[in-house]
Ligand binder design. Structure first.
Ligand SMILES: Nc1ncnc2c1ncn2[C@@H]1O[C@H](COP(=O)(O)OP(=O)(O)OP(=O)(O)O)[C@@H](O)[C@H]1O
Length: 250
């Protein structure tokens, strides 16, 4: 297996409150890794450490290391460059209040691409990559906010793809969506892993089972167990994992 991200002995404190405890995990390239666990166990906090989103929060202290392609993201990386390589999709679709086209072209433009033909190509490729092109190709100049919730979330995925990341972090990307839109995003995630590495926080264990190759089970800031999704679901090594996946708590 090829690990694109290696997390070693990661601790994170919000003030005096330790939210992540000695997290170590290898994330495999071109796979989907799901992060599961009860509310407040640190899944989102962990996801945010991977593209340094916690840097924006006061009073956060992080020790240990996260290596991305062998480089320490807290020491050897410029944060803007890092976020270009490691993109993020949030729980609630958050398109910018601008046209569908401009939503997708925004990232490449900020990274210096000005040529209209090149931008057109990026927009089309990204919308196709997010399985949205056919639905919006005739309304590229209409507002992104006018799309349905599921389309908005795919637009946000297209926006992320437009800057050609290697890794896509997703924080409960379907929790605000109806079942049909959810299945579309799940199908899409299955396709995305051909070209990208996906790490997804989900509350929905069926979803983790359906879409992920590996799963990490978090509990009170620690990873109790992680490994191939089937093993974790059907042959958990730790009693706490078994209790959680069989619905005994959480
Ligand atoms: N900005 C913050 N400042 C202080 N404490 C925080 C902050 N964000 C999260 N926490 C705390 O860190 C712990 C982990 O929270 P986090 O949101 O990472 O958990 P989670 O597993 O993603 O939960 P959920 O599934 O409910 O989203 C919680 O105790 C939470 O209260």
């Amino acid at each position: 297996m090829e690990a694109i991200i290696k997390v070693e002995n990661l601790d994170l404190f919000y003030g005096n409150n330790q939210a992540l405890k000695n997290i170590s995990i290898d994330v495999e390239k071109n796979k989907v890794t799901a992060l599961i666990g009860p509310s407040g166990c640190g899944k989102s906090t962990f996801l945010r450490t991977i593209n340094r989103m916690n840097d924006l929060i006061d009073n956060v202290k992080i020790t240990g290391s996260i290596l991305f392609e062998g480089k320490d993201i807290y020491k050897d990386y410029d944060v803007i460059k890092l976020r270009k390589k490691i993109g993020m999709v949030f729980q609630k679709p958050n398109p910018f209040p601008m046209s569908v086209y401009d939503n997708v072209a925004y990232g490449p433009k900020t990274h210096g691409i000005k040529n209209k033909k090149q931008l057109d190509e990026i927009v089309e490729k990204s919308l196709k990559g997010a399985a949205l092109w056919d639905e919006v190709k005739d309304r590229l100049n209409k507002s992104g906010i006018g799309l349905s919730g599921g389309q908005q979330q795919r637009l946000c995925i297209a926006r992320t793809l437009a800057v050609e990341p290697d890794v896509i972090l997703m924080d409960e990307p379907t929790s605000a969506l109806d079942p049909i839109s959810t299945l579309k995003i799940e199908d899409l995630i299955g396709k995305l892993k051909e070209n990208y590495t996906v790490i997804i926080v989900t509350h929905n264990m069926q979803q983790a089972g359906r879409i992920s190759d590996s799963t990490a089970f978090f509990l009170t800031g620690e990873i109790v167990e992680n490994g191939p999704t089937e093993e974790l679901f059907y042959k958990p090594k730790d009693k706490r994992t078994e209790d959680y996946i069989t619905g005994r708590f959480g």
